[in-house]
Design a protein around this ligand. Structure first.
Ligand SMILES: [Zn+2]
Length: 66
């Protein structure tokens, strides 16, 4: 069963900007995912899960346990 990837927050430690990365599928995720700042080119970026996706995951887990 395919699980849609959860959006992630990419934070640049060099310029301090952050961006939310929401891949459309697992396959695209692997190709599109680059740990590089799109503003200053710094890498690697700090990756953290969005709080919203945690809620989504909790909801999904509840659904699966039912
Ligand atoms: Zn940057």
């Amino acid at each position: 069963m395919p699980i849609p990837p959860a959006p992630m927050k990419l934070t640049c430690t060099a310029c301090g900007r952050s961006d939310v990365f929401a891949p459309k599928s697992d396959a695209i995720f692997l190709n599109e995912f680059k740990l590089e700042c799109k503003w200053c080119g710094h890498k690697p970026l700090v990756v953290s899960m969005c709080s919203r996706s945690s809620v989504w995951l909790a909801r999904l887990a509840r659904k699966l346990n039912r």
